[in-house]
Design a protein around this ligand. Structure first.
Ligand code: SAM
Length: 252
């Protein structure tokens, strides 16, 4: 994985801003995740797996908060992994693996992690795969280690109101795109495709995500809690909630 990219910081920053267009409280969920990591490690050099970590936003925040943290970003997007490798600049591992295949575990640099963290990603996987993945995550966690998944997870009691919250957020977001206050997902990818270094990676990406994006499946938080229990996590619950998104935690 090439670790050199012109303007890596600018790409990282622009990814974060683009994601915040969807998730205005993105930093809040990251903060809740890292507080959970501190609670199980006292912040002493935690080993953190940033699952479907994209450009490594969570890993970079873990490094800033816990000097000595050992971070691993795993993803299958060649564009985002290029940005992750350049941003980490040797301060962590970058793993190219497909979470659709249980073999992803064999590519990790450590046998056990203190924490596996993932955000806004597993809704790209089908239901039966998420359940199996939760059990696979336990395999790479030390006893007492934690798994946190932050994603679109409406409250099961708010079916109708969650739709209204989503409509409201979409209208606000579209207004920001129209005024140029935020960069949309297609705009961001068009910029990457126009960049001399990233363009070949965008071509590779099109083979992995021919539709530009995988499917979306967003069950309520209660579904994830059941899946965590079924996977054998000793404790599971909601760590954080923001509107129609939540972060669920499983304690191994
Ligand atoms: C919206 S991005 C979020 C990235 C990062 N977690 C963040 O919060 O910035 C979703 C990520 O999930 C990754 N992803 C989706 N399906 C995957 C799979 N089967 N294997 C590995 N990564 C996957 C995508 O490549 C993408 O980087």
């Amino acid at each position: 994985m090439t670790a050199y990219l012109n303007n890596a910081d600018t790409w990282q920053e622009s990814w974060d801003r683009q994601q915040e267009g969807f998730l205005p409280d993105r930093e809040h969920r990251f903060d809740a995740m890292l507080t959970a990591v501190a609670a199980v490690t006292d912040g002493a050099a935690p080993k953190v797996l940033d699952l479907a970590g994209g450009t490594g936003s969570i890993s970079l925040r873990a490094l800033a908060r816990f000097p000595g943290a050992r971070v691993t970003v795993l993803d299958q997007d060649p564009v985002l992994l290029t940005i992750a490798a350049a941003s980490l600049d040797g301060r962590g591992d970058v793993v190219d693996a497909d979470l659709g295949d249980p073999g992803w575990r064999a590519k990790l640099p450590y046998e056990e992690f203190d924490a596996v963290l993932t955000a806004t990603a597993l809704h790209w996987l089908p239901a039966d795969r998420i359940g199996a993945l939760y059990a696979e995550v336990r395999d790479v966690l030390r006893p007492g280690g934690i798994f946190v998944n932050a994603d679109h997870m409406p409250d099961e009691g708010l079916t109708g109101f969650s739709a209204r919250l989503r409509d409201h957020a979409r209208a606000k977001r579209n207004a920001r795109y129209q005024t140029g206050a935020a960069t949309s997902w297609p705009e961001w990818w068009a910029r990457a495709a126009a960049d001399e270094q990233l363009a070949p990676k965008v071509v590779e990406r099109q083979r992995i995500y021919p539709g530009g994006h995988a499917q979306e499946w967003n069950p309520p938080a209660a579904w994830h809690l059941d899946a965590l229990r079924a996977a054998g996590f000793g404790e599971s619950g909601v760590l954080w909630r923001g509107g129609t998104d939540a972060a669920v935690i499983g304690v191994n």
